[in-house]
Ligand binder design. Structure first.
Ligand code: NAD
Length: 489
């Protein structure tokens, strides 16, 4: 079925000082519906001038506005209301997310948007019970460690989970009393644009939440990272972009938090509950068209279970329903852009030369001009193949057999990334040994994508710097201050 684009295009402005505004240059850029390849919106092209205006508005709000001076309970009421309004507008937001990203509407409406609401509900509640410390070395002396807002926080977000990941940063930044300038990914600005209205209606004061749209390098994104008025940058995106931001932010010594790329190992031992491992491995590799940093994008299977697992997987993967993302029955939608689709197809062509194609392996042109790729599996690739080392960020799964626990650990550790992995085995001691052996920020044992928002989230090695989640987010979005008291008799 060919996907359709609504005939009316949307106009997406910046949001500065509580108002929707055009870019100062007057220029716009197009946003494309990946399911059709057609323009579905015109976006204000933000530049360093717009970033400067947004930082000024955020600074004014921070220095003189009410937000940083409110009680935690007052802020929590507003932040909680944002979550409620997201749920009230769930269908509109889910549709916007699907038009921008090409992801199935079933995922936007049951995954991305509810999770965006949950981010606000969670941090409103969690920050309200955050405990500050007092140290009392003698009856005449006390040292209190308090947390204060950082000031103006720059947030830079990617296109794969646009509202989900932006709100994961916005909610804790707001709860700690900061002002924000958000630079959404250029390919997916729509839901952030709608969120600005929601924040205003929920009672976020003018200037506390600002959005500047535009591109990254040599553009709005970079301008945010070098602006002296911005005290911190929370960034999610590619590892190479993280490096550029760290360099650019050095001159103004900003606080940095980076959630970067991943190349998750999914390890299935022969003593695993294979049915469950197989079902979950399909989701881990192909959800969101494989465009998830946490994807199980390398599958390692013990040699004694290899044939059974691979045969069953190929059968399931061939039956994944790829199609119009707005159709509720669609399981896999379109790749984010033509450029990204072509990058993924290059990896597929490379895989065909080096290994054996098990299924997929092509663009699906029967779906019109959209950027659809058939879910693809390879075997027979060497462990040093670039399909096993580099982040493809698409529906491409290489499968490799292993002999022993030691080899599974060695394979898992054989990329520069260290974000997440899954281990499947009914032997708890083995699961523990392998968990300890793998260098990654998250280890899932007999599961994938299980999350408790209080836990630290982030990557080791080239997958990140710092952690988000629970108190880790609250601490990143605040500064510790020690106030010491001495009493006189
Ligand atoms: P990207 O790095 O290309 O872009 C992310 C954002 O950074 C965009 O808003 C972009 O405009 C901006 N940007 C680009 N260059 C910049 C610069 N020099 N200065 C400032 N801003 C700049 O990433 P992407 O392609 O949008 O997202 C996909 C990547 O994100 C993948 O590598 C994926 O693994 C990663 N990711 C990581 C996590 C995580 O939690 N670790 C979550 C989601 C996505």
């Amino acid at each position: 079925m060919t996907a359709t684009t609504p005939t009316k295009t949307v106009q997406i402005d910046n949001f500065i000082g509580g108002e929707y505004v055009k870019g100062k240059s007057g220029k716009t850029f197009e946003t494309i519906n990946p399911a059709t390849g057609q323009v579905h919106g015109h976006v204000a092209l933000g530049t360093a001038d717009d970033i400067n205006d947004a930082v000024m508005a955020a600074t004014e709000a921070f220095e003189r506005g009410p937000w940083a001076r409110m009680s935690v309970q007052e802020r929590a009421a507003v932040v909680h209301r944002i979550g409620d309004l997201i749920l009230e507008r769930k269908d509109e937001l889910a549709r916007a997310e699907t038009l921008d990203t090409g992801k199935p509407i079933s995922e936007s409406s049951t995954g991305d948007i509810p999770r965006a609401a949950q981010n606000f509900h969670f941090f409103a509640q969690f920050a309200s019970s955050y405990v500050e410390e007092a140290f009392v070395p003698s009856p005449m002396e006390m040292h209190v460690a308090v947390r204060e807002p950082v000031g103006v926080c720059g947030l830079i977000t990617p296109w794969n989970l646009p509202l989900y990941l932006a709100t994961w940063k916005i909610a804790p930044a707001l709860m700690m009393g900061n002002s924000i300038v958000l630079k959404p990914a250029e390919w997916t600005p729509y839901t952030a644009y709608l969120l600005a209205d929601i924040c205003a209606k929920a009672g976020v004061p003018k200037g506390v939440f600002n959005i500047v749209n535009g591109f990254g390098a040599d553009a709005a994104g970079e301008a945010l990272t070098v602006h002296p008025g911005v005290r911190s940058i929370s960034f999610t995106g590619e590892t190479s972009t993280g490096r550029a931001i760290m360099k650019n932010a050095a001159a103004t010594l900003k606080k940095l938090s980076f959630e970067l790329g991943g190349k998750g190992a999914n390890i299935i031992f022969d003593d695993a509950n294979l049915d469950e491992a197989i079902e979950t491995s399909v989701r881990a590799a192909y959800r969101n068209q494989g465009q998830i940093c946490l994807a199980g994008s390398r599958l390692f299977v013990h040699k004694d279970a290899y044939k059974k697992v691979v045969d069953a997987l190929v059968e399931r993967v061939k039956n994944i329903k790829v199609g119009d993302p707005l159709d509720p029955k669609t399981q896999m939608g379109a790749m984010i852009s033509k450029e990204h689709m072509e990058k993924v197809l290059t990896y597929i062509e490379h895989g065909k030369k080096e290994g054996k194609l098990l299924c997929g392996g092509e663009r699906l042109t029967n779906l019109g001009d959209g950027y659809f790729i058939a879910p693809t599996m390879f075997e027979g690739l060497g462990i040093d193949s670039k399909l096993l080392k580099e982040e493809i960020f698409g529906p491409v799964l290489p499968v490799v057999p292993f002999d022993s626990e030691e080899q599974a650990i060695e394979y898992a550790n054989s990329t520069p990334y260290g974000l997440s992995c899954s281990i499947w085995s009914e032997n708890v001691n083995r699961c523990h040994r392998v968990s300890k052996g793998i260098r990654s920020g998250l280890v899932w044992v007999n599961c994938w994508f299980a999350r408790d928002l209080r836990t630290p989230f982030g990557g080791q090695k080239s997958s990140g710097v710092g952690r988000e989640g629970g108190r880790y987010s609250l601490e990143f979005f605040s500064e510790a201050k020690t106030i010491s008291y001495k009493y006189s008799k």
